[in-house]
Design a protein around this ligand. Structure first.
Ligand SMILES: Nc1ncnc2c1ncn2[C@@H]1O[C@H](COP(=O)(O)OP(=O)(O)OP(=O)(O)O)[C@@H](O)[C@H]1O
Length: 230
């Protein structure tokens, strides 16, 4: 589903955010992306969304080579990739329903189909009874759920989340991760950037770790050493 082959990204400032990264993620895998601040996590996700282009190397998403993708094909590509941000980027002058409906309206769905799909997405994140509310009246965890419903409403095969639990307490963070795992269980490929190593470790999924733009670990995180000795 995601294939990076010797991918580097140098910004116009001259800063190399990623240097020679290679990895493959199969359809329906769930992986975490970790690393220090500035390690290159957001840059890697921006390459997948085609918000940035690789300087060298090859990025293939869902069988399509992004290096060769023309500008006219980018909207179609973006519809295949649901994105969840830390600050969820909801519109506070619209209802929960309207926020989740946006991607479908942009894609030109008929209003009856929009209603059906929005309610299905809100049901999946447990917010069906809040559709008429303004998201500003919701808790942080509920707002993040609205962001997730919006990301999955047109059923993308790939879901990316950049620090989706950054502002949430541990219990809410675990709930949000459970939601991602549920989407993954029905076949969605999921990639989540997170600083929360304790939470990531508990979920026992593959972890890609970046340091200064290089991939320094790929696999399960080792269990923490407790107490030392034996
Ligand atoms: N548009 C840009 N122009 C120039 N440099 C950039 C740009 N975006 C990111 N960088 C630099 O590239 C490096 C990687 O940034 P990136 O945002 O990918 O890191 P990150 O791992 O997501 O960090 P954080 O966890 O703090 O979000 C940083 O040194 C950053 O300053």
């Amino acid at each position: 589903m995601i294939s990076f082959s010797q991918v580097s990204k140098r910004y116009p400032t001259g800063h190399e955010a990623l240097g020679g990264i290679s990895f493959d993620i199969e359809p329906a895998e769930m992986v975490f992306l970790t690393g220090h601040s500035g390690a290159g996590k957001s840059t890697l996700m921006k390459l997948i969304m085609l918000m940035e282009r690789a300087s060298t190397g090859q990025v293939i998403i869902g069988g399509r080579n992004l290096n060769r993708m023309r500008a006219s094909q980018i909207p179609f590509h973006r519809r295949q990739v649901g994105v969840v941000f830390q600050n969820h980027q909801l519109l506070f002058d619209r209802s929960v329903f309207e926020n989740v409906a946006l991607p479908l309206q942009v894609a030109g769905f008929h209003s009856r189909e929009v209603g059906r799909r929005v309610r299905a997405a809100l049901d999946k994140v447990g917010l069906l009874d809040k559709e008429k509310l303004n998201p500003i009246t919701l808790s942080g965890g509920e707002q993040q759920r609205v962001g997730i419903a919006r990301a999955v409403v047109n059923k993308p095969p790939l879901l990316l989340a950049d620090e989706p639990t950054g502002n949430l307490d541990p219990a809410l963070s675990a709930e949000i991760m459970k939601l991602f795992a549920q989407f993954n269980a029905v076949g969605v490929t999921v990639m989540i950037a997170s600083h929360d190593l304790a939470l990531v470790r508990r979920l026992r999924k593959r972890v890609l770790t970046l340091a200064n733009g290089s991939l320094v670990h790929d696999g399960l995180l080792p269990e923490p050493q407790v107490g030392g000795g034996v």
